[in-house]
Design a protein around this ligand. Structure first.
Ligand code: GMT
Length: 377
C-alpha cells in the first residue's frame, strides 16, 4: 500500500460525521499515511499527539460589512493553500454541505487536479436535501466529487431519490475503534451511579434533537419499568432536553432515570448497560448502535434509515416500527428477564461488529478508494 498525503475536512466538534472523520484520520496515520485536518478547530477526538497528523485551522474574517462571516470562502482558501503547500495526494470531505463544494472550489483555486472523496453522512441529505436553497449545491458537490460514499445503502438510495445525482455512490459503513469500545468490567461506575449490581440498565445516547425521538425512549422505558426493575441512562444534551426532563418528572420516574449530559468517553456507560435504545425517525446509520454493540450491548431500534442494515432481529437486538413503544417495551422486558436470551444477543452484537463493521475492514475500503483515485489516468 503506497503512503499518501490525505486532507480531511469535517465538522470537528459535533456529531457522528466528525467522529468518523477524526477516527478515520487517526487510523490512517497509524497505518503510516500523512493526514492533514482542515477544519474550523482541532477535532475534539484528536486528544493524542501524532507525528504525522497536522491540523490546519480556518480563520474566518468577521469584517463588519459582512452580515454573515464567509466561512465557506475561508475554508476553500485554506483547502487550496494546504493542497499546494503540503502537496496533498487527495482530499476526503465529510458532510456534503458546505464541505464538498468548498473542496471543489479549493482545488480549482489551487489549480490542482487531486481527487476528492465526499462522504455523505445523513442529515446533509435527509434534512438539507429537501431545502431548495441547498439542493442544487448538494447535487453539484456530489457530481463534481471524484468518489462519493454514503454510510448506508439506505442513505445512498435516499440520495438518488431526493437529489437525483448522475454519480455512482458507494456504501462504506461506519466503524468504531474497538480498542476504545470493548466489553470491560465497570461495576464500580454502576454502584457510583446508585444502581444495584444486579439491576438492569437501558441506555440512550444522542444529541437530543427532534429526529432522535427521545420521548419514545422514555415512554418505552416507562412501560418496561412497570414490569421489571431497571434504570435508564440518558447521555447527551440538545434542544429536546427540557421536554424530556418534564416527561420524566410527569411519569414519576426521577429516581430511575440518570441524566448524564454530554460525555466524551461513553464506553464505560455502555459497559454497565444491558440494552441500547435508539428510536429515531431519521438515522442514516446510527453510529451509537455500533458503539454499544462493540461493548456487547444489544439494541432496540426503529425500522428506518440504515438501522435495518445493522440490527438483525433476534441476533443482535430487535427492530420496531417508528413510535411503537409498546412493542419496544415488550422486547425489552423479554430481553431483561431471560438471562440466556440476553447473553445470546450480547454475543450476537459483538459478532456483528467484528464480522461486518470491523474498523480494519472499513479502513481497507477507504484506502482502496483512495488508491483508485491515485492510480487513475
Ligand atoms: O444527527 C446526527 O446524529 C449527527 C450526524 C452527523 O452528521 O454528524 O450523524 C449522521 O452521521 C453519522 C455518522 O455517519 C451516522 O451514524 C448518523 O446516523 C447520522 N445521523 C442521522 O442520519 C440523523
Amino acid at each position: 500500500m503506497q503512503k499518501m498525503k490525505i486532507g480531511i475536512t469535517c465538522y470537528p466538534t459535533v456529531g457522528g460525521s466528525g467522529v468518523i472523520a477524526t477516527e478515520l484520520g487517526k487510523m490512517l496515520a497509524e497505518k503510516g499515511h500523512e493526514v492533514h485536518f482542515i477544519t474550523s478547530s482541532t477535532p475534539f477526538r484528536l486528544s493524542r499527539t501524532y507525528a504525522n497528523i497536522f491540523s490546519h485551522q480556518v480563520d474566518v474574517n468577521t469584517y463588519s460589512v459582512f452580515q454573515y462571516a464567509p466561512y465557506d470562502i475561508a475554508l476553500a482558501t485554506k483547502i487550496s493553500e494546504v493542497i499546494k503547500n503540503e502537496e496533498l495526494d487527495l482530499l476526503h470531505v465529510h458532510y456534503a454541505i458546505p464541505h464538498a463544494v468548498c473542496a471543489i472550489l479549493g482545488r480549482d483555486m489551487a489549480d490542482s487536479n487531486i481527487g476528492i472523496v465526499t462522504t455523505l453522512h445523513g442529515t446533509d441529505i435527509t434534512v438539507l436535501g429537501s431545502d431548495s436553497s441547498l439542493k442544487e449545491a448538494i447535487r453539484y458537490g456530489i457530481e463534481k466529487s471524484d468518489i462519493v460514499t454514503a454510510v448506508s445503502d439506505s442513505l445512498r438510495d435516499q440520495t438518488y431519490e431526493l437529489i437525483n445525482p448522475d454519480k455512482m455512490i458507494e456504501t462504506v459503513y461506519n466503524f468504531v475503534d474497538e480498542r476504545e469500545y470493548s466489553p470491560q468490567d465497570s461495576t464500580k461506575l454502576k454502584l457510583e451511579l446508585g444502581i444495584d449490581a444486579d439491576e438492569k440498565v437501558m441506555i440512550h445516547v444522542s444529541n437530543f434533537r427532534n429526529v432522535k425521538r427521545v420521548q419514545d425512549v422514555v415512554e418505552t422505558f416507562s412501560l418496561a419499568h412497570q414490569q421489571i426493575n431497571c434504570k435508564l441512562l440518558l447521555v447527551g444534551d440538545g434542544p429536546e432536553m427540557g421536554r424530556i426532563i418534564q416527561q420524566v418528572r410527569d411519569l414519576g420516574l426521577n429516581d430511575h432515570v440518570r441524566f448524564l449530559g454530554k460525555r466524551d468517553g461513553v464506553a464505560e456507560f455502555y459497559n454497565i448497560s444491558d440494552i441500547k435504545l435508539l428510536m429515531s425517525e431519521k438515522e442514516a446509520f446510527g453510529l451509537v448502535l455500533l458503539e454499544a454493540m462493540a461493548c456487547g450491548v444489544p439494541v432496540i431500534g426503529t425500522n428506518i434509515g440504515g438501522m435495518p442494515e445493522i440490527i438483525e432481529p433476534d441476533v443482535n437486538g430487535y427492530l420496531v416500527e417508528l413510535g411503537d413503544t409498546q412493542q419496544a417495551a415488550k422486547y425489552a422486558v423479554e430481553m431483561l428477564s431471560n438471562r440466556a436470551q440476553l447473553q445470546k444477543l450480547r454475543q450476537g452484537a459483538l459478532k456483528t461488529v467484528s464480522d461486518r463493521f470491523h474498523s480494519s475492514k472499513i479502513l481497507e475500503q477507504y484506502e482502496g478508494l483512495y488508491e483508485q483515485l491515485l492510480n487513475r489516468d
